[in-house]
Design a protein around this ligand. Structure first.
Ligand code: FUL
Length: 500
């Protein structure tokens, strides 16, 4: 491998036309135009697919649980509910989308079919759907309405289609049911435009008697999704595009690698600890998706109107998901009217305001940056790139240099309590250990430390006032590649109150 790297290095040096900044350095080796940074360690690392990069950059997605359960008060329907109970009186998907968009969510994933088997679109494969409900006299198609509203608002749209179907009589007769499921999946993949995500639930677990010995043909389901919706990310416990984070409370591990050995996992077969942390030596790129509900349940229950998560809780989840290299998938269930409840709406908008306030002003902007090591001879790897606000410009070291310091001097002393770090994940995830020091009272004092960084790492601490700080990268799987260091000041939040 070392030999291969050296060869790659000399090819690059002899054949690159350097035009000044990252992105306009072109390789002339094989007729392909690749920027220099696309070549760093290309052969050594597990890398994300472009669809996974797009997924990660969304950061914050809405989950919508809505079905007969909304009207029965249950969390898992039995499949025996009458379609006649599905009768939202004021359903308005445009209201949902307005709220989600204003809240800063980038995609909406709808439970087209939950475990009860009731379909929110008029599937030709079953009578258990909106077509036999009083809603719009059986003429409605909620998947159609919501996908259209999302498209019109510039949001992406995704679907959840539970493999576990408690209504369908063929469930438990493996191949018969798989054919039925493929039929429904095909409808969803072909009738509603481009999908950003397809969500495969793992319930009930592999060993649960509720599975009725049904063997799911995930290989077949997944190849259908790839063929019909190549840009959609597929979620399941084991990915393939994004993985379950191992809990339903919205938190990735303090250590969170985007790599996983997928062969050790399967849908409904979860080693939750490993899913939470990922695997440094994982052979597959499968970043963590952190699902959580804004209420205790996934479905709306009036009795939980006073249990909507507080601003403080939502912010903590944000730091524990987006801030730990994950994606925050926040469920906001519509009520029996078919509207996002006033309390949830107000909370989501206040949360947006809070995030905007925290991240509006990057106190590291305009700082000067020195590094203990910089990749040879290339202006494109300058340390200052980490504070230029552009995540497409990078700093890195030579191959094999796995520890280095970056020292940041701010134009003047600033006070902050949040540090943002971002690796350039187009080249994989590399950093395994780091510390941050601030220069206070004439000496370096450690203010934060961690293991992984990944796409984004957010660290909170008590307020620090300083003009100089230092990131010490202590260990990485290869040369670290950073694209951003940011410093922010967050107010104290208690419950729903912003204190300062
Ligand atoms: C679980 C399901 O059983 C819950 O009802 C919910 O849909 C959650 C997101 O996934 O596996």
């Amino acid at each position: 491998m070392a030999k291969m790297k050296m060869m790659l290095g000399s090819v690059l040096v002899s054949s690159l036309v350097f035009l000044g900044t990252v992105g306009i350095c072109v390789a002339q080796t094989d007729g392909q135009k690749n920027s220099i940074e696309e070549k760093i360690g290309l052969n050594d690392h597990v890398l994300p697919h472009p669809r996974q990069l797009r997924w990660q950059q969304r950061e914050y997605t809405a989950f919508v649980h809505f079905t007969v359960n909304t009207f029965t008060g249950r969390e898992w329907g039995e499949g025996t509910e009458s379609p006649s109970i599905f009768n939202p009186s004021e359903l308005d998907v445009k209201q949902w989308v307005r709220v989600f968009k204003e809240a800063g969510m980038k995609m909406v994933i709808l439970t087209a079919k939950h475990h009860d088997g009731f379909c929110l679109w008029p599937s030709r494969y079953t009578e258990h759907s909106v077509k036999n409900s009083p809603w719009k006299n059986g003429q409605g198609d909620l998947v159609g309405e919501l996908s259209k509203a999302c498209r019109e608002a510039g949001l992406e749209f995704g679907i959840y289609i539970s493999p576990w179907d408690r209504h369908e009589p063929s469930y438990g007769k493996s191949s018969e049911y798989n054919a039925f499921y493929m039929g429904q999946l095909t409808e969803l993949l072909t009738q509603y435009g481009p999908l950003g995500e397809v969500w495969f639930d793992g319930a009930p677990g592999q060993d649960s008697p509720l599975r009725k010995k049904q063997v799911y043909d995930f290989v077949m389901y997944r190849s259908l999704v790839r063929r019909l919706q190549p840009d959609a990310c597929m979620f399941a416990d084991d990915g393939p595009d994004c993985r379950w984070v191992g809990n339903e409370s919205g938190y990735a591990g303090e250590t969170c690698w985007s790599m996983l050995n997928r062969s050790e996992f399967g849908p409904g077969q979860a080693d939750t600890k490993k899913l939470n942390a990922g695997q440094v030596d994982g052979a597959d790129w499968v970043p963590a998706e952190c699902d959580v509900s804004i209420r205790p349940g996934w479905f709306y229950h009036a009795a939980e109107d006073d249990k909507v998560k507080t601003l403080e809780q939502l912010l903590d989840i944000y730091f524990g998901s987006v801030g730990r290299n994950g994606l925050m998938l926040l469920n906001v269930p519509p009520d029996q009217r078919g509207l996002i409840h006033e309390t949830d709406t107000q909370r989501l908008l206040a949360f947006r305001g809070l995030l905007d306030r925290i991240f509006a002003d990057d106190l590291a902007a305009g700082a000067s940056v020195k590094a203990s090591a910089v990749r040879k001879a290339m202006a494109v790897y300058q340390p200052s790139h980490v504070v230029d606000g552009d995540i497409e410009t990078i700093w890195t070291t030579d191959d094999g240099v796995v520890s280095a310091d970056l020292e940041i001097t701010l134009p003047q002393e600033k006070s902050f309590n949040v540090i943002m770090l971002q690796e350039y994940i187009k080249q994989g995830q590399r950093i395994a250990s780091f510390e941050v020091d601030a220069w206070t009272d004439g000496q370096w004092k450690r203010i934060a430390s961690g293991t992984t960084i990944g796409y984004k790492r957010l660290l909170r601490m008590s307020p620090v006032s300083t003009q100089r700080l230092r990131l010490r990268i202590l260990d990485a799987t290869d040369c670290p590649i950073l694209c951003r260091i940011g410093l922010f000041s967050a107010p104290t939040v208690q419950g729903n109150t912003i204190l300062d």
